[in-house]
Design a protein around this ligand. Structure first.
Ligand SMILES: [Zn+2]
Ligand SMILES: [Zn+2]
Length: 339
């Protein structure tokens, strides 16, 4: 069996090597990834920001779709050759979060592809409970986007976006644009704020109203748009201090701010404004099973224009170059690696 994997070895280096795949454990399924997306978290790993968390050499990748190549001896309900995607969360099942039914934010959460080997390899053994069947009609390249789409579904659901809401998305990377798409799919009006020209043009070509806050006054724009009311829901997806200083000015009375971005340092937030308008701030992290199911449905029904987000599909041999391109801010939304 010919198998290769991409090993991150530290110092911004990924080496592709052959390896001998192992059989799945009794409660595991072996998946042959067809396509795997490169995620912002993978870039953090590549750039050394998570060297204390990952064990080197490390195989990254957690946004994947493929087919089942082997079944553990105790696995039922799946068959070899079946198309699947992976919800890459392995919870402990016994912490306070798990007891509350919040296993997606388990206090001992193991994230496949970060805390364990990931999908940038020919054969990936994963716990059977993380495997989700795909409809046979689903495109596997689109299905590799299900994991980030599930993030967006979770964000929009916890933000309580409803039809007719006016929504502002701050930041238009892969997650920001997916949040905008999912919000629009349930009937919200969406404005996207972004400073990168490539992303602005892409969002605009998809029919979104876009604004560059470096060129225009975002607060004034939102006030005009909403007749002085403010937006119903604001999604913070930039992780920037400039954005956290603006977000509280954009939201309506008892409106909602959803914190999607990962902040390394605590940013300044105007708590007076929070008090004055009774603003609700909600944190959101990964997804729950219902979000994953919704994402699978959105892909299967072809509701989101995913082709315009997949900037390129590249072979595993080009993974190093792909990480470098993404790190340098090339005109790319999402790269899929083809196994
Ligand atoms: Zn990811
Ligand atoms: Zn737990």
């Amino acid at each position: 069996m010919n198998a290769s994997a991409a090993y991150y070895s530290g110092s911004k280096e990924i080496l592709v090597n052959n390896y001998v795949p192992s059989q799945p454990d009794p409660l595991q399924i072996q998946v042959q990834p067809a396509y795997s997306g490169i995620c912002g978290t993978d870039l953090h790993i590549f750039n050394g920001a998570m060297d204390q968390r990952v064990a080197l050499p490390h195989i990254m990748g957690h946004e994947t779709a493929g087919v089942i190549s082997a079944l553990g001896t105790k696995v039922n309900g799946f068959e070899i050759g079946q198309p699947v995607t992976i919800m890459p969360l392995n919870a402990c099942g016994k912490c306070a979060a798990c007891y509350r039914g919040l296993s997606h934010i388990c206090y001992q959460l193991e994230f496949l592809g970060i805390d364990t080997p990931g999908s940038f390899q020919s054969f990936w053994n994963v716990p059977a409970h993380t495997v989700h069947a795909l409809p046979s009609t689903a495109s596997l390249s689109h299905a590799a986007m299900i994991e980030p789409i599930a993030v967006a579904c979770h964000d929009v659901r916890l933000g309580k976006v409803t039809e007719g809401d006016r929504v502002v998305v701050l930041g238009c990377g892969p997650i920001g644009i997916l949040v905008a798409m999912v919000a629009r799919s349930i009937g919200a009006e969406v404005t996207i704020s972004e400073i990168n020209d490539f992303r602005l043009e892409l969002a605009s070509s998809l029919g979104f109203t876009v604004i560059n806050p470096n060129d225009n006054d975002l607060i004034e724009y939102v006030n005009d748009w909403t007749d002085g009311a403010g937006a119903d829901v604001v999604f913070e997806v930039t992780g920037s201090v400039a954005s956290t200083q603006t977000m509280t000015e954009l939201v309506c009375a008892r409106g909602t701010i959803v914190i999607v971005a990962i902040f390394g340092d605590p940013p300044p937030v105007d708590l007076f404004r929070l008090f004055w308008r009774e603003i609700r701030i909600v944190g959101v992290r990964v997804y729950e099973t219902q979000d994953f199911s919704q994402a699978i449905n959105l892909v299967d029904k072809k509701i989101l224009p995913l082709d315009s987000l997949i900037s390129d599909i590249r072979p595993l041999d080009e993974i190093q170059k792909s990480f470098v391109d993404l790190s340098q801010g090339a005109d790319i939304m999402k790269i899929l690696i083809e196994a």
